[in-house]
Design a binder for this molecule. Sequence first.
Ligand code: CO8
Length: 262
Amino acid sequence: MNNYNNINVYKKDFYFHIEINRPKQLNALNQDTIKEIGSCLNAFEKNNKGYFGIIISGSGEKSFVAGADITEFTLVNKKNSKKFCQKGHELYNKIENMSVPVIALVNGYALGGGCELAMACHLRIATKNATFSQPEVNLGLIPGYGGTQRLIQIIGKTKGLELMLSAEMISSSIALDLGLVNYVLEDKKQAMDKVLELINIFKRKSPIAIKNVIKSVNSFYDNDVNGFDKEIELFSECCDTNDFKEGALAFIEKRCPNFKGD
Ligand code: CO8
């Protein structure tokens, strides 16, 4: 299944895999790639039954995503720059609000918009050779795909500001210490095994509960919503599902639950 020029999409038994495929540009994100990832995710949400996770990775061994495609910066001016930013924001918000966990498999460079893409995902599994940076100040810019917000949400203001102000590139082991990534594995194959192990765990849970955990956690970062109220609303929504009945019954009958997502 692949009608795209810049990404490979693999529809597997129980998960989706989107591989950004611009190896000559170290998988830098041009506008077409941003559009393609967005339409692929829209298609997924229309027909997501039986899928329990989405993987986003970059092709090759050298890079996850080396940022926005800098060659397109010649097109950017004061007038259209907000649109460029908004397109990235729309995509990254969509990722953050997907109904199944989205996992970034990060090997090699995760720079600028690449680091921001990884941060929009729910989990980040890195390889030993992964490096992370928000280098925008080197280009006379600030992070423009949500980095000023998500980096401090994830690792806190102290270190987040240091990284954005210095443009320092950090290793995967430092990223792990800072809580920027969930795990660091030796290489891409082992990282993929870890990603699949996690999706296999999610597969055994109630899809509605998984979706509502994501929604409730995201509401913490929504200024217009009281997260505690949201939790009550989503908890109550879960109580109205067959999955909830099945979960309680399975516990009482001392067996594994068979969730159907309804
Ligand atoms: N965009 C376009 N092409 C790139 C990018 C990029 N971000 N990164 C690397 N490439 C290309 C190089 O130009 C080169 O192409 P060619 O072979 O045709 O010369 C090829 O990839 C290989 O790169 P290098 O030869 O430079 O490889 P090195 O191993 O020597 O260096 C680095 C790798 C360190 C990754 C280096 O390429 C680099 O510093 N790249 C730029 C990284 C960067 O600054 N990224 C942040 C961009 S800003 C951003 O992402 C902001 C997001 C919000 C934007 C809002 C929209 C307007």
